[in-house]
Design a protein. Sequence first.
Length: 188
Amino acid sequence: MSGNEAGKAAIDPGGGRPADAVGRTPIENIVILAASPLRVWSVITDFAGHPQWKPFTQLAGEAIEGGEATYSFRIGGLGKPVTTAADITRVEKPVVFAWTAGVSKLLLFEEIYELERDPVGTRLRHSLRFHGFLSGMWTALLRRKLQAGLVQSDRCLDRQLRRLATQPGVKPRPAAPRHGGQKNRRHR
């Protein structure tokens, strides 16, 4: 990879993953990010920081496996976001983060971030998988729009990582708030 390529997010919309059990392929985007897997992980699991970079959707709660969160998203011209419950399904620091939302057996979707060390930083496979009765119709109707959303979200993640890299000493907020103690403050 040349120096110019290393500075850009490389996007592979196909992904080449096998189809899931019902014969539908997931919607995926693969991007190379110029940040370590731990740094990428920290930004992805920092729900309080999502509004700084995540354009369409927000998670709130704690990034702990089996934990509950809320998922908010905007639909078309609606000014107010729609909010629903989400379940955190996989938390393997700094390798995999996944969560689901929707109605079981009708339309349930899973968003998955898979991180792998790369010579430039991190290879991120970001995917959506849909399950349930309406999943085939849903993905057929919206595949292109969902794919474009993944690409845009990953570009925004890349921009956020670059912003953080230019701010020495700035770290993403911890995913889970501390309870019962005072905040640690640094004095210069």
